[in-house]
Design a protein around this ligand. Sequence first.
Ligand SMILES: *[C@@H]1O[C@H](CO)[C@@H](O)[C@H](O)[C@H]1NC(C)=O
Ligand SMILES: *[C@@H]1O[C@H](CO)[C@@H](O)[C@H](O)[C@H]1NC(C)=O
Length: 164
Amino acid sequence: MVSFSILAAAIASLSSTAFAAAIPSNCTATYRVESGDTCVSIVEKFHNFTAPDLYRWNPSIGTSCFGLIAGQPVCTNVAGYVYRGPILAGAIFTPEQLPVPRQPDIVAGCTKFEYLDNEGKPGLAHILLQNGITMRQWNEWNWPARNPDEESAIWRGHFSCIAV
Ligand SMILES: *[C@@H]1O[C@H](CO)[C@@H](O)[C@H](O)[C@H]1NC(C)=O
Ligand SMILES: *[C@@H]1O[C@H](CO)[C@@H](O)[C@H](O)[C@H]1NC(C)=O
């Protein structure tokens, strides 16, 4: 019984530390994540910040946004923030611009990322042509564990790697 309550206290303080670390001190608004939410669905719910902003304010969600946890709050605004509009289909980001959400298996050392919007635009064929890369290269950079000569999936509402 004694050891049980020590364990419970340790877990509670661990999770309150994790919570404090996750929400920046200048956060001025939060949203409680609902079951089924993704970075894209949260961004589309508010239309006043981008997914890279959401990641900057809540790094624990991860660059693929797999760390969103239903029932937990995420920061949705910080003091002094200015929204510069949504990320459009075909937007190209460097790693410093925090391309989020990005496909989950991208190789380390990717130098450029392109956004495929939630409607599937601009499409993989266009992305390959525009950047002068082959399907095989795209596969090697985005799905390194798969056979690069087989067709692989490009994810809607995500950035994929287009240069290394
Ligand atoms: C908010 O605080 C973080 C540190 O928690 C800081 O990096 C960031 O620049 C601040 N943002 C604004 C808009 O003041
Ligand atoms: C976005 O809208 C929500 C709801 O009105 C608000 O609470 C939040 O502060 C806004 N965030 C930004 C970045 O404007």
